[in-house]
Ligand binder design. Structure first.
Ligand code: AR6
Length: 201
């Protein structure tokens, strides 16, 4: 715990982000990015992203919260999907949730950046394939799966920034990308990092 605390202190994060790359100010990108602290199951949006496991049949954490709020219809629909590989994403309806859809992605167990990046990219691609306008991400892999929060936050923001740069054809259709943090540690991480990856000016 003590080590993880140190590894994502604001100063270290800032230094790390500055070392990796300077991100240019882009007003259009900034308009589409939000940070909120909330229970993701309460959001009225096109899709929420679930941090699922490979069975897609539910579990603890945000997965458990989504399945209990969505009701048994979600588990039934998930059953027919035959699971999901780590780093991939699959979509279902929202059932009893206010969200229209759930994009279930499976993040890695532990610090495996390629697979976490893939989980974010695949979720964005699934959003596009289904012509959705708005998406809210939970902090994939940062709970039970143990990805260090600071590093996971950097990777999430870097991946979404690059995705926006590489998918300009979808940009006009896109309304909003929300990073939905739940506990205060992730809120601190995102409050520190967001202005580095999406500079205000
Ligand atoms: N709304 C938003 N975020 C939440 C909520 C909520 N209601 N509840 C928890 N979080 P985790 P993982 C945050 O453990 O690490 C499950 O059993 C939580 O604080 O849910 O990817 C699956 O079935 C943390 O920041 O997912 C898998 O077996 C983040 O969601 C395994 O856990 C992710 O934590 C996946 O582990």
């Amino acid at each position: 715990q003590a080590y993880e605390e140190r590894s994502f202190s604001p100063r270290n994060l800032k230094r790390a982000a500055n070392l990796t790359r300077k991100y240019e100010h882009n007003e259009e990108f900034n308009k589409k990015i939000s940070l909120i602290q909330a229970d993701i199951t309460k959001l009225r949006i096109d899709a929420i992203v679930n941090a699922a496991n490979e069975t897609l049949l539910g579990g603890g954490g945000v997965d458990g919260a989504i399945h209990s709020a969505a009701g048994p219809g979600l588990r039934k629909e998930c059953w027919d999907l035959n699971g999901c590989d780590t780093g991939d994403a699959k979509i279902t309806g929202g059932h009893d949730l206010p969200s229209k859809h759930v994009i279930h992605t499976v993040g890695p167990v532990g610090e495996k950046p390629g697979l976490l990046r893939s989980a974010y990219v695949r979720s964005m691609n699934v959003m596009c394939e289904n012509n959705l306008k708005s998406i809210a991400f939970s902090n994939i892999s940062t709970g039970v799966y143990g990805y260090p929060r600071g590093k996971a936050g950097q990777l999430a923001l870097d991946t979404i920034r690059k995705w926006l740069e590489e998918n300009s054809e979808y940009f006009d259709k896109l309304d909003r990308i929300i990073f939905c943090v739940f506990e205060d540690e992730n809120k601190d991480v995102y409050e520190t990092l967001l202005p580095l990856y999406f500079p205000p000016s």
